[in-house]
Design a protein. Sequence first.
Length: 316
Amino acid sequence: MDVVAAPFAAADAAAALLELLGRLEARGYQFVMPTPATHAWVREQAPAGPADALRDIFGWSRPFAPGLLDPELLDLLRRADVVWPGPDGLRLDIRVSTVDGRLYLHSAPTRDRDAVFLGPDSYRYVRFLCRELEASPGFETALDIGIGAGVGAVTLAAAQPSARVLGTDVNGRALALARVNIAHADVPVELLKCSSLPPEPAAFDLITANPPYVASEDGRTYRDGGGQRGAALALEWVRAGIARLAPGGRFLLYTGSAIVGGRDHIRESLTRLAGEHGLRLNYEEIDPDVFGGVLRQAAYRDVERIAAVGAVLTAA
């Protein structure tokens, strides 16, 4: 197991990004991140103009002339090494989106394997966590597996500031951005670069995960869920996690399930796991149809839809 403690980025770059978030927040910046297809379509339309320049630059990832951005913001971007010249103006390697009232850094549109994704699944994941935390709020130790931009771990730490909250990811780039996002949110989260669960603590009251769940043809870390039509990674994390639940502990899983002939194979697999380990399972279909575009791929030739689902496995 590869376990490495934070930090993951140069201190000056991280400090510049943290200051950037603070300045954007002070300016009242907000942006809700849509699906990649919607983002790409809107981005190609005409910019909104100087009055909405921040959303054009940091949300829609449009190229921009240096004079369109305040000099202090441009200086922070250069210090963080996230701005570069293109044929049609300056471009950024990062975007900034609002989730549950907080600003988060994540990747600009890219096909890089280590891109840090934030989108509609992030909003559904946070709503799912908030609902479950409201129903059963108490925990002392929590782990968010595959932290990404950090929305899950921040939600946990904000809900229970006295708890020990850990976040793991195999992607160092994600951990670098999550570290800044967590600092901006001013919540206590420990970060670990980890290919599996961390070696300690031995048991968790709460484990949460929003794993990649698409059988990706290009192997991008943030979306490739492996075999079983993208379900393999989610089930691997659940198997590892339920073995580390404290008595009465819960595993909260938000993921996608490929529906074949009306059958939900994620639900069937989790039902078997729950029975084998004496766990209670609560399961729901949150959204009946997401990522419809991937159904054109060969791996999905017999899939009728991909559903976003939420599962709660509770130890005795």
